[in-house]
Design a protein around this ligand. Structure first.
Ligand SMILES: Cc1cc2nc3c(=O)[nH]c(=O)nc-3n(C[C@H](O)[C@H](O)[C@H](O)COP(=O)(O)O)c2cc1C
Length: 168
């Protein structure tokens, strides 16, 4: 799929078929995550693709919405701010690095014909317990992955001129 088609086709999907994700697709998604840039190339994150039915059920139960439970897998991203770059003014790159890598995963998943949805509305402490994550590491986002069972919502955006300006 052409890159711009991937960008256009990537939409939040909130209902999935139970069909498993092929291993080759998982490998390509992992490689896409590993190719993501990060400040000083520190890669201060860890991704876990939860396929185990019991673990997935417990992770889905941490979410405010029911749809993640329908996915055959949930991708979780964990950050470690202590392993990230910190600028002189205190800015820590962990969240930025994590977001870029997660978007790599999501775009790769789209190229594989998979649906996905960033999920931040979840109980982070409970998710940390499920995944065995201890402070200072944090579970920052979840992303159910699977073949779509429902269409995305209507595409709504600001006018492009409001968010993108060319300054010659
Ligand atoms: C950081 C972040 C957190 C999000 N959290 C949720 C969430 O908890 N639940 C949900 O249904 N969608 C969530 N979304 C999806 C957004 O609602 C969605 O990206 C937005 O409405 C645009 O729609 P689209 O992704 O289909 O283009 C999240 C998206 C981002 C980037």
């Amino acid at each position: 799929m052409d890159f711009y088609d991937v960008v256009k086709n990537r939409r939040s999907i909130r209902g999935f078929q139970s069909t498993p994700i092929p291993d080759e697709a998982v490998r390509r998604i992992a490689a896409a995550v590993n190719a993501a840039p990060s400040a000083c190339n520190l890669q201060p994150f860890a991704f876990k693709l939860v396929r185990n039915a019991q673990l997935k059920e417990r992770l889905a139960a941490c979410c405010k919405q029911p749809f993640p439970a329908t996915a055959p897998a949930i991708l979780a991203v964990i950050t470690d701010p202590e392993k990230a770059w910190t600028r002189g003014d205190g800015f820590n790159s962990a969240d930025t690095d994590m977001a870029i890598a997660m978007e790599h995963a999501i775009l790769a998943a789209t190229a594989e014909g998979l649906g996905s949805c960033w999920v931040c509305a979840f109980d982070t402490l409970r998710a940390a317990e499920v995944l065995g994550v201890a402070a200072p590491r944090r579970v920052m986002a979840l992303c159910p992955l699977g073949y779509p069972a429902v269409p995305p919502r209507e595409f709504v955006r600001k006018d492009e001129s409001q968010i993108f300006e060319v300054m010659d």
